[in-house]
Design a protein around this ligand. Structure first.
Ligand SMILES: [Zn+2]
Length: 640
């Protein structure tokens, strides 16, 4: 992330160098090392994608990327050395000796590289050197991996050359580049060296033989601007080969509008830059552009239970879960804080998600009633037990993010389950016949109105003084913009929370509690009222979990299926519905064992990733329904 910040800061610099003449290529230099056939593939790092789907996934991405360009080989830039402090952390064990070079406890690359050997890949092994000596890193990397026939050489990200700031990367001299190349070629005379940056003037002034120059520039105002800049890069180093990294989130505004971004960007680069050797999609967005195959990554179906409190023996509790085929527990902080519970769950290899309520916080509201969200009628957002904090209060948001980070550090859960991550509505009481205009509409507090104006540049007329006036004016003049902005308020909070969780515990899973409304239910209320935009949220979360509580909502099993399908159609992560197993509120429908079985089947139907039962309190009182689960678990398979 630090890299992002730094790159964003460097946008001005990019602008400056773009206009500099780049016709300084070594004209007339013999083409000593002609470019190889075209390569197409991806960049890989441990920090790029939100999770690592594994070697088979990466092999698939390389193959699919190459298939877009006739005659192309699959290619990978595989980052084995990540900037770490002032030095580097290599993702395999290294002998002690240099304080700036740290190694991993176990090898993290062998399985992927072996697969790439089999699949005919060309692989670069890249380091982000920092102040650690580059030659020594090259020796360590190639001692470890030169036996792989897919390896074609090593690469250095010059942005991190004797620097911990990507704008401070020191230029590479001809002599240094030659020494690095020789270090690599002591393992294989055919090896080459790539040097990567977005600036041309940090590259060796004249040395070209054996080198490939990679441009990783980003933050382009348009597709045309990228092509123009890449073409200059190509001309600067011609006839030496050049390669390009693209698909950065900062450029998503224009590339996301393309039908097939990797293919269309690649084809235009090839047309504009004749010495292109490889086209590389970056890992920061790879999961959305090359969605992981759910069947292959969903090795195990999730069978979860929500538990809010338990007083008895923890071993017995976890044993009962196991008996029922439950493999994931969603528990509140109080239960997760119980060391015995955590130990029992760990011994049973049961995943534990800690449930974290976001904008539902009665204590905070009691302490500071000014935090209440305000409805379009000018009232506090409160109905029965449901009361909501205004979602734009920066101090409150920061407090929640810090609390989540602390909880993750302290409890080390397998996942976090974000609850009440939306605008105010008591959706549990919204039956099928509810009129959309009777749903609450928030938040029209002065903070939100000021924030809306600041974010969008839309100014409300000065004579608007009250929440009802503001709500009325917005609905008549800026309704769509307001709804989009509201969704952004929720999405940005999820972004903050998930980033804090993943920073506190890399590899942690993020589940998101969703209001169980389909896109068009109640006049688009999922976005208009709740502010939940599943297309955006699913890019941040690992699961979206609609609370398909049929008894309180007076719905049937087929409705569960339709909610999962509707959310699944726009989500880039799996959908994990939660179902009700027993009446909760006085007006709730009844549920027979047969109804339960129907609901369970519907919840597990494609594209669902599993099911969560709400809640243990309820299920524990239903021996017949538990028997259904037990029967299925003992058959050793999940129902379908
Ligand atoms: Zn507000």
């Amino acid at each position: 992330m630090e890299r992002y910040a730094a790159i964003l800061l460097s946008v001005l610099l990019i602008g400056a160098w773009v206009h500099r003449s780049s016709a300084t290529g070594p004209a007339g230099q013999a083409d000593l090392h002609p470019r190889k056939s075209l390569g197409a593939g991806f960049r890989y790092s441990t920090y790029g994608p939100k999770y690592d789907p594994g070697p088979a996934y990466w092999a698939r991405v390389g193959t699919e990327m190459a298939a877009r360009f006739p005659g192309a080989h699959p290619e990978a830039i595989w980052i084995v050395g990540r900037l770490h402090g002032r030095g580097v952390r290599l993702s395999f064990p290294v002998p002690a000796g240099d304080p700036l070079i740290e190694g991993a406890e176990n090898d993290e690359n062998e399985a992927a590289l072996s697969l790439f050997d089999e699949k005919g890949f060309r692989v670069w092994l890249q380091v982000e050197p920092g102040f650690a000596p580059v030659e020594r890193q090259i020796h360590l990397v190639l001692k470890q991996y030169a036996h792989h026939r897919s390896v074609q050489g090593v690469g250095v990200d010059v942005e991190w050359n004797r620097s911990t700031n990507p704008d401070g990367g020191e230029p590479v001299s001809d002599g240094e580049a030659r020494a690095w190349l020789e270090a690599a070629r002591s393992y294989n005379p055919n090896y080459r060296l790539f040097l990567k940056h977005f600036k041309t003037d940090v590259m060796p002034p004249t040395l070209r033989d054996g080198l490939v120059f990679i441009d990783d520039s980003q933050i382009f105002p348009s597709f045309d601007a990228m092509i123009e800049e890449f073409a200059k890069w190509g001309r600067t180093f011609a006839p030496a080969p050049v390669s390009f990294q693209f698909g950065y989130p900062s450029d998503r505004p224009w590339w996301s509008r393309l039908k097939d971004p990797p293919a269309e960007i690649g084809r235009r680069i090839l047309a504009a830059v004749p010495n292109t050797e490889a086209l590389i999609w970056v890992d920061f967005t790879v999961l959305e552009v090359f969605p992981p195959d759910r069947a292959s990554t969903a090795a195990e179906r999730i069978v979860g239970i929500k538990v809010y409190e338990h007083k008895g023996d923890m071993r017995k509790l976890v044993d009962r879960f196991a008996e029922l085929g439950i493999n994931t527990v969603f528990a509140n902080e109080a239960l997760c804080g119980n060391a015995d519970f955590r130990r029992q769950a760990r011994e049973r290899k049961m995943r534990v998600f800690v449930i974290e309520p976001t904008f539902f916080d009665p204590e905070a509201l009691k302490a500071d009633p000014d935090l209440y969200a305000i409805t379009s009628k000018g009232e506090r957002a409160k109905e029965d037990w449901v009361e909501f904090v205004c979602p734009t209060r920066e101090e409150f948001r920061r407090r929640k993010v810090t609390a989540l980070r602390d909880a993750v550090m302290r409890l080390q859960p397998d996942g976090v389950s974000l609850d009440f991550i939306r605008y105010f509505v008591y959706w549990e009481m919204v039956g099928p016949d509810r009129k959309p205009e009777t749903l609450p509409d928030t938040c029209y507090c002065p903070h939100c109105l000021a924030r809306f104006s600041a974010d969008t540049g839309i100014t409300l007329p000065p004579d608007i003084k009250t929440a009802p006036q503001a709500a009325d004016w917005i609905s008549r003049n800026q309704q769509e913009r307001w709804i989009r902005w509201k969704a952004g308020v929720i999405t940005s909070m999820v972004q903050n929370l998930e980033a804090a969780a993943r920073q506190a515990k890399p590899g942690i899973l993020v589940n998101l509690h969703a209001v169980p409304w389909r896109t068009n239910d109640f006049g688009g209320a999922i976005r208009r009222v709740a502010g939940q935009d599943f297309r955006a949220l699913s890019q941040l979360a690992d699961f979206v979990s609609p609370m398909c509580y049929t008894l309180m909502l007076h719905r049937d099993a087929s409705w569960i299926r339709s909610v999962v399908q509707d959310i699944g159609a726009v989500s880039s992560c799996p959908v994990l519905p939660s179902i009700q197993v027993r009446p909760e509120y006085p007006g709730d429908d009844a549920m027979s064992t047969a109804d339960f079985e129907e609901a369970l089947k519907a919840a597990l139907a494609t594209p669902s990733r599993g099911v969560i039962f709400w809640s243990w309190d309820h299920l524990a009182k239903e021996p017949d329904k538990m028997a259904v689960l037990k029967k299925l678990a003992s058959r050793g398979r999940s129902p379908s």
